[in-house]
Design a protein around this ligand. Sequence first.
Ligand code: SF4
Ligand code: SF4
Length: 341
Amino acid sequence: MQYKIEKNDISTLIDILASVYDLFGPVKTDGLTKLARIKSASNLDLESFNTDESAKDIFFPQYETIFNFKDGEIKNEFDKNRPIAIFGIRPCDAKSFLILNKAFNNGGVNDSYWNQRYTDAMIFAIGCNRPSQTCFCNWVNQGPFNKEGTDIFLIDLGDDFMVESCSSKGDDFLKNVSKITLQNPNPGDLDKVNQIKREAEILMSEKLDLAPLKSILDTQLLDSPLWNEISAKCLSCACCTYLCPTCHCFDIQDEKKPGTNQGSRVRMWDSCMFSLFTQEASGHNPRPTIASRMRQRIMHKFNYFVENFGEIACVGCGRCVRTCPVNLDIRGIIKRIKNEG
Ligand code: SF4
Ligand code: SF4
């Protein structure tokens, strides 16, 4: 069911959400738009395009304590006390949560740290009226108005937002929200939505069919010189994987206070682009070259994840395209691989 709400009502909506949830939204800081904790709509930035950093840090922090230990005793320090809500993320990031959720609940092993944050979270996403030149969500079976992974979906109509519930959590929320007037959209509003969607589609690059990619990667490219060519200018800086909403590799370390039996077990993001990622205690490194690490990054997203979970582990957000210091464009890599088929 679709409703229309006035933009003036957004601040009331944010107040309602902030009173119940640990609320995050896009905020401009130092020239970058990031997802940060918000208590009101005063610093909410819904005008900028997608956030520079992805939303994964909210459910899968870059660095977190798993537990503390002291003299053989373990104490779980998990700090969540209210459910999380995110207001104003884009469809690609909402979809990325579904991909990460598969990785964190896999083969009978459930990541309680991810689940405790993500499972009861409320996700409010906003469609992308003006996708950027670096967006390619249409290549990965999504689009600027894709609702997967969303509880409430909004479309900016100018003076109003179109609002739609996409889950039972979203239904309950809209049923019980009393301080905001939910209007029934008129035919003119629906025409406007269609027009906005058409204009957004024109801004997207032409769709590329990625279905053949898996079998090309499976059968032809393991030892191909192509990887040297593709990765020739890569610096192995890992910027692409840290900003990627679907990359989820992490490391676990024990940090002990010197001279005590006290410390913490922590986990932090790791990256397949780092040379130490696969280095073994013997010193042997099965992926010693940048080319072998680039192969792993591409294989994981477009081959292994498809094999294990039935979908590509890329949502086409374009962050890696925008931020790579040497302009290595994953779209070019994908096209190059497709040409090998
Ligand atoms: S951001 Fe660019 S240079 Fe850095 S690891 Fe990724 S592809 Fe290589
Ligand atoms: S690989 Fe690049 S485009 Fe794809 S989800 Fe990650 S950052 Fe976004």
